[in-house]
Design a protein around this ligand. Structure first.
Ligand SMILES: Cc1cc2nc3c(=O)[nH]c(=O)nc-3n(C[C@H](O)[C@H](O)[C@H](O)COP(=O)(O)OP(=O)(O)OC[C@H]3O[C@@H](n4cnc5c(N)ncnc54)[C@H](O)[C@@H]3O)c2cc1C
Length: 522
């Protein structure tokens, strides 16, 4: 009753009297929606101002001395930790890098670096790490095979803007070899002290992170290390995530992988993606003789007999040139698996600490974008920290964090995160609407021209423009509607019904993902 009175008062205040009652109701609704958005915005801004005020009013009781103003501790010497430690040391910071195991890792993650990631690595002054990675293979694009129709589509990486005759290149390698190159670069810096040890706790003083407690390898005694800035980069299985934010990690599937020996390439220097049923399969050469194959298994837990599963379900769906080496690989090589996780960018607002890399944001590995995100994030932080001479200045670091969150979305992370999740939903289609969208996506690529150039610019992280991503996504959805209606012939009413359902499904895939990005715009 009260609401009705307010509504009518507002209507007579805002709207001209001579409007049709229906149009006034619609206009009123628009006003109400706008008003609630403004109120929501003001409330959330107010909340963030208050929490910022509370956060910054706290200082550690034990102040850091002047000579500590450049000290940084980096937890984890993986993709992000090794690279950020090196660039910060080169900028004159005193870095301690703590890594629990300095042996060359043997993992099936992070083996294809997109051209956008290669370019930013060079900008960071770490391009040599690609050259020194034993037998790293150049990739110049993808070949996508559709298992159902047997058709293939060629997706070359774009050419270099400054030199149109040169094609942009990605690199594929053994993950362990690349990590070793990055670690060697870090160890060669005079300003970096590398400690082999496991970080057990983040030390807090008056709600400010002031250091870490760790155990050196082979020594049971815990030691404390202090610094005004701690960068936590302990990867996808992060131990400290729960302490710093409460966003939930979800596991959509597992990548099961093995090495194929001497597997021929359908097209030289190209990664291959098989849109097989039930799941996509990713293939790329990682050394002169070895090819990595990753089969996506859509389930929270793996089938008990994974070899049997691969031979029965996956093998029959593979193109001829891959089938033989795949069978040999499954039978003779070690089968490895990793969960494919999704963690939308979270907000870690605690003085004295930054959480970066997979500990902070993960997406499905289908598009191979994780390392490119990590290196781009490092590049943003290098620039931001260059203008903060004293790391004890928590206010400046807090402001820099806001800039980081917003800047990374526009420069790379929005596109890599949303593209990976959305493409995975389509390519691992588990209902009729998603299957239609997957087929339409393949047909869309077959159109060539901007229908390939746009998406591959996003995938390669060379032109990661969020608007371009949304545009191409809806172009695929509309193309799918058109294909459905065309196929329905004279039963156009059925075609329209199915097409509408498919379009609604496309919205259901995209909008929640967009929200996961928009909600952290500061
Ligand atoms: C199956 C799979 C395939 C992938 N394929 C690709 C791909 O082809 N291309 C791509 O770009 N991305 C890929 N990714 C994503 C990519 O691997 C990650 O985004 C990237 O490795 C993240 O780097 P990071 O530094 O955050 O974590 P990591 O590289 O995992 O490094 C974390 C480091 O922290 C150390 N550590 C952990 N806990 C502690 C502790 N308590 N104390 C000390 N040290 C600790 C670990 O030993 C490790 O060295 C893939 C991911 C998965 C799951």
């Amino acid at each position: 009753m009260v609401l009705e009175v307010i509504f009518h008062k507002m209507r007579s205040f805002f709207l001209p009297k001579d409007l049709h009652p229906l149009s006034t109701d619609f206009s009123m609704l628009t006003y109400l929606i706008l008003l609630s958005m403004v109120i929501y915005y003001l409330i959330s801004k107010g909340k963030s101002w208050i929490s910022k005020f509370m956060r910054l009013s706290k200082q550690p009781t034990q102040h850091f001395a002047d000579e500590d103003k450049d000290r940084v501790i980096v937890v984890g010497s993986g993709i992000l930790g090794s690279s950020i430690a090196t660039v910060l040391a080169r900028d004159g910071r005193q870095v301690t890098l703590v890594e629990r195991d300095l042996k060359e890792p043997d993992r099936i993650i992070g083996e294809l670096l997109q051209p956008g990631g290669c370019n930013v690595l060079k900008k960071l002054g770490l391009g040599d790490c690609l050259e020194t990675t034993d037998e790293a293979q150049t990739t110049t694009g993808y070949l996508i095979h559709d298992w159902k129709t047997g058709a293939s589509v060629h997706i070359p990486y774009p050419t270099d803007n400054n030199n149109p005759s040169t094609q942009q290149e990605g690199k594929a390698f053994r993950h362990g070899k690349f990590i070793s190159s990055l670690r060697t670069a870090a160890m060669n810096e005079a300003n970096i002290k590398v400690v082999e040890g496991t970080v057990q706790n983040l030390i807090e003083d008056n709600d400010v992170v002031t250091g870490v407690r760790y155990k050196e390898r082979g020594n049971d005694e815990s030691k404390d290390l202090h610094a005004p800035l701690v960068i936590v980069a302990d990867g996808g299985f992060s131990k400290f995530r729960k302490q710093l934010h409460d966003d939930k990690v979800t596991v959509s599937s597992h990548f099961v992988g093995c090495i194929m020996k001497n597997c021929p390439q359908a097209k030289s220097q190209h990664a291959e993606l098989v849109l097989s049923d039930p799941n996509p399969v990713l293939i790329y050469k990682i050394s002169d003789e070895e090819t990595r194959v990753l089969v996506d298994v859509r389930s929270q837990t793996l089938p008990k007999n994974i070899k049997e599963y691969l031979l029965e379900k996956t093998l029959p769906t593979l193109p001829e040139h891959i089938a033989g080496p795949f069978e040999d690989g499954v039978i003779n090589e070690r089968i490895r698996s990793m969960p494919c996780k999704f963690l939308p960018p979270s907000t870690v607002r605690k003085s004295g600490v930054l959480m970066l890399g997979d500990a902070f944001n993960m997406r499905h590995p289908l598009t191979g974008g994780g390392m490119s995100v990590a290196f781009n994030d490092v590049a943003i932080w290098r620039d931001l920290l260059q203008s903060i001479p004293d790391l004890r200045d928590y206010r400046q670091l807090d402001d820099a964090y806001t800039v980081f969150q917003n800047k990374r979305k526009l420069s790379h992370s929005f596109v890599v995160n949303v593209l990976a999740q959305a493409l995975y939903e389509l390519f691992s289609a588990d209902d009729e609407h998603l299957s239609r969208l997957r087929d339409a996506c393949f047909e869309y690529f077959k159109l060539g021209g901007s229908c390939v150039d746009g998406p591959v610019g996003l995938l390669s992280v060379l032109t990661p423009n969020p608007f371009l991503l949304v545009g191409h996504f809806f172009a695929v959805a509309l193309y799918s509607m058109w294909l459905i209606i065309k196929k329905s012939g004279y039963k156009i009413h059925i075609g329209l019904y199915k097409a509408t359902g498919t379009f609604i499904k496309a919205c259901q895939v995209l909008f929640p993902l967009l929200w996961t990005e928009i909600r952290t715009i500061a």
